[in-house]
Write a new protein. Structure first.
Length: 85
């Protein structure tokens, strides 16, 4: 593990495509409690509706189920904090 080998080195993260979603989810979950000093997402999902439509047409039922569950959590979270949703 890099942090054990180089404990004083700053840690950065770079994620691409689906990994960008994973990195974003991680950062949203841990907030300021991350050991990362910087993070960048490359080619992450910017048009969620288009991506959702693509997944609905091409992906496995299990992947769709996971995506739907995540979407419901996201909408519920924002609905609780934003009266415009």
């Amino acid at each position: 593990h890099i942090a054990h080998r180089y404990p004083s080195a700053p840690m950065f993260a770079l994620a691409f495509s689906a990994g960008a979603h994973v990195l974003t989810t991680y950062l949203a979950h841990v907030g300021k409690n991350t050991p990362l000093v910087a993070a960048a997402n490359v080619a992450g999902c910017l048009d969620f509706v288009r991506t959702y439509d693509f997944v609905e047409q091409t992906q496995s039922p299990l992947y769709k189920q996971v995506l739907n569950k995540g979407m419901r959590r996201c909408v519920k979270k924002h609905a609780e904090n934003d009266n415009k949703v």
